[in-house]
Design a binder for this molecule. Structure first.
Ligand SMILES: [Zn+2]
Length: 418
């Protein structure tokens, strides 16, 4: 699925209608959650049927396109089923019990309720919400796709206006030559990441500057009297600042991720989960966590596009282990250099990145269930014979042997299973 986004322009009455449609979608989604909470055993079909009940009882719900109503119910169900899954899997900590939505999530139309103009420069919403024709402005060209390839149309509200997203049925693949490079990435606080060859990418300046700007805008909001017009205005400004910084962050993550994936056949990185990270009050840290998570998602996306292998490895002790001999060398956070008895001296983050790469290379063989053709090479037999847990504790002799192999060339683009 590809998503193209355009900014929408229309009269203020139309924008009010968009707000109304978004509120209605939220109402339907929250009503479905309510129904599920109140009546035990409510299933997906019950929610779908409930849409019709809501439409019959509330005129404003009836005004929204019927498929858009269904889509809202589906969203409710997806949050419920995610909760069920987390319970079933026994996820530690919070299970994500469905909550009522407060903020403005997008309203999603499917294949009806809208019509794209022939020149693809405007879209008309045809349901009874009265949104009408909105002009589209963006850099993407929709002419490339057939209208029936557009599976969903979303109305998204942001701090600086309304956006329309088109979800197009299709996949993006690009063929590029294998590079015979492999890379391990270690994310740090000081640097954006350090790779297994010791190259560092600095944190972009806008993250630090943006943090100050955000703090200032946030202070301005909290100084104003609650409910006053001034507070509303200050909040709008804060929203725009947040939007700008998140766009800068995304832009940075996308460009960097594409660059990393294009120049390597295998990319290994830590399997950090935002949930597991210790929550702290240091804003710089939290910004970094968020951008790293995004970076990872883009790496995985580009890994699929360019048919490259991406591996998330267990981050345990990656900074303590010696990448040369496997000895555990205890260090505190302030120790910046890794010094081992075997004579290995290098930057702490580079050492960690090397460990991550070797764990990544060691894990690759486990992933496929159809290991038969791969099992002929010594490497995969070795890799396969370790239970995953033992592999995470890194049998180091094996790993260092693996690393000496020219691993990049063997793995690349044909292996699209990842
Ligand atoms: Zn060592």
């Amino acid at each position: 699925m590809l998503v193209f986004e355009f900014k929408a322009y229309g009269k203020s009455a139309q924008m009010t209608a968009v707000d109304d449609a978004i509120r209605t979608a939220k109402f339907i989604r929250n009503s479905c959650i309510r129904l599920w909470m109140d009546i035990k055993g409510t299933g997906k079909n019950d929610l779908q049927k409930y849409c019709a009940v809501l439409a019959a009882n509330f005129p404003f719900a009836n005004e929204l396109n019927s498929m858009a109503r269904q889509a809202s119910a589906e969203r409710a169900w997806s949050s419920i089923s995610r909760f069920y899954e987390n319970c079933k899997k026994g996820v530690a900590g919070k299970k994500g019990f469905p909550k009522f939505q407060k903020d403005c999530r997008p309203v999603e139309y499917k294949t009806s309720g809208w019509k794209l103009a022939d020149d693809r420069k405007s879209i008309t919403f045809t349901d009874k919400k009265g949104i009408g024709r909105l002009k589209l402005k963006g850099t993407r060209d929709l002419h490339f796709y057939q209208v029936n390839q557009i599976k969903r149309v979303r109305l998204v509200k942001r701090a600086d206006g309304v956006y329309i997203q088109f979800c197009v049925d299709g996949n993006r693949f690009e063929n590029i030559e294998p590079t015979s490079n492999t890379i391990g990435l270690d994310v740090g606080l000081k640097e954006y990441y350090t790779d297994s060859q010791g190259r560092m990418v600095e944190n972009p300046k806008f993250l630090r500057i943006g943090e100050k700007v955000l703090k200032r805008s946030q202070r301005r909001v909290s100084r104003k009297v609650k409910g006053s017009t001034n507070r509303g205005r200050a909040r709008q400004i804060l929203g725009k600042r947040h939007l700008k910084i998140s766009r800068q962050r995304k832009d940075h993550a996308v460009k960097l991720a594409r660059c990393v994936v294009q120049s390597n056949d295998l990319i290994a990185y830590e399997d950090l989960r935002i949930k597991n990270l210790v929550k702290n009050h240091c804003l710089a840290k939290s910004i970094n966590d968020a951008s790293w998570h995004q970076f990872r998602i883009w790496i995985e996306y580009f890994g699929k596009v360019f048919k490259r292998v991406t591996v998330a490895v267990n981050p345990q002790y990656s900074s303590q282990e010696c990448s040369n001999c496997g000895e555990i060398v205890k260090k505190t956070l302030s120790t910046r250099t890794h010094v081992c008895r075997c004579g290995c001296v290098m930057d702490r983050d580079e050492n960690a990145a090397r460990i991550i790469l070797s764990r990544g290379l060691g894990t690759v063989g486990h992933a496929g269930t159809f290991a038969a053709p791969l099992a002929t090479t010594g490497r995969h037999v070795l890799g396969g014979s370790f239970p995953p847990k033992a592999a995470l504790g890194t049998p180091l002799r094996v790993h260092s042997r693996l690393r000496r192999k020219p691993s990049g060339s063997a793995d690349s683009p044909q292996r699209s299973g990842f």
